[in-house]
Design a protein around this ligand. Structure first.
Ligand SMILES: O=C(O)CCC(=O)C(=O)O
Ligand SMILES: [Fe+2]
Length: 324
């Protein structure tokens, strides 16, 4: 396994013991649930704590940390893969929801976001990802088409530091790889001219197809010139000149060349560094048999990148502020 992967199989019993002390119905009181998860995170096995803290402090070249072999339920004890959201308020805690919340509690604050689309989406910390029959091609519910490279919530001034995806079920054919393109690996592939053009170049980014005036301003590369952050969303960034187009194409090609395909299977948990990678997902075939791919997702803020101002709690909903 690469250094971006931690094998958690030796800790399954210990992790199940931890999870067993969490409230059985998380959505009955999410604040209480996340407080308990954060407290339990202190008791994670040492290798995991240290791996998470190291990733939190410095990141890594791959831009992700993968925990494998977590104690997922046997498949026949899991509910059917959902076909709609949100889940029933009284659904009992699933092991991979528990793992996501404990790991999230170690990294920072699990956070819900108003994404700026009005009330058209439910605002919650614990998201469910499953193939949706009528999914928009840029939404996580796609299956037939590739989900193109993007940064989650790049239009939001409080963009989350991490995306956590935990897997209760992988896809039937093992094709639905999560694609992770790390800027630390892509940067050396960019010419000096492209780097100069993209660094601190402000693009407008539409974020609501139903409202052309909904605009945020984002920079594809910013921060430390030698170790920049990346924000990439080819379909949304409005290129204005041939140089813009060429530079974005070059960034896209470099991220693609640097991409690692991470195939999530049951018991996996993937932490994506949302400031240092663009991510996507390979296409796959849903069967609608109750056993389709099923991930749990949550966003985490830390005190880096201006996300916190003090007094925040895990479980808070962050109001929408477009990036300027
Ligand atoms: O399905 C995946 O692996 C990634 C989904 C995703 O990127 C998203 O929902 O934002
Ligand atoms: Fe995403």
């Amino acid at each position: 396994m690469s250094s971006s992967t931690i094998d958690c199989a030796p800790y399954q019993e210990e992790l199940l013991d931890l999870a067993s002390t969490l409230p059985k119905v998380p959505r009955a009181d999410l604040y209480a649930f996340f407080e308990d998860s954060k407290r339990l995170a202190e008791r994670l096995p040492r290798e995991l704590r240290e791996g998470l803290d190291e990733f939190n402090a410095h990141g890594n070249a791959d831009g992700y940390l993968l925990l494998r072999g977590l104690p997922v339920e046997p498949d026949d004890e899991l509910p059917r893969t959902p076909e709609s959201s949100p889940p029933p308020e009284d659904r009992r805690l699933l092991n991979m929801e528990a793992m996501l919340s404990i790991v999230g509690g170690r990294l920072g604050l699990l956070t819900a976001y108003d994404q700026g689309y009005g009330n058209r989406r439910s605002i919650t910390v614990l998201h469910e990802l499953y193939p949706a029959r009528e999914a928009h091609r840029l939404s996580g519910g796609t299956s037939k088409t590739q989900l193109e490279f993007h940064t989650d919530l790049s239009h939001h001034a409080r963009q989350p530091n991490y995306i956590i995806l935990s897997c209760s079920r992988g896809d039937h054919e093992g094709k639905a790889a999560t694609l992770v393109g790390s800027i630390r690996k892509a940067l050396p592939l960019l010419s000096d001219d492209v780097r100069k053009h993209l660094f601190d170049r402000v693009f407008t980014r539409g974020f609501d197809a139903a409202d052309p005036e909904a605009i945020a301003r984002v920079k594809p590369l910013y921060g430390d010139k030698d170790d920049p952050y990346v924000s990439f969303n080819r379909s949304f960034l409005t290129a204005e000149t041939p140089e813009d187009i060429a530079a974005l194409d070059a960034l896209s090609a470099a991220l693609t060349a640097a991409t690692e395909a991470v195939l999530l299977t049951r018991g996996d948990l993937l932490i994506i560094d949302n400031f240092r990678v663009a991510h996507g997902r390979a296409p796959f075939t849903a069967r609608w048999d109750g056993k389709d791919r099923w991930l749990h997702r949550a966003y985490v803020r830390t005190d880096r990148n201006g996300q916190l101002t003090g007094g925040e709690r895990a479980g808070d909903i962050v109001s929408f502020t477009p990036r300027r």
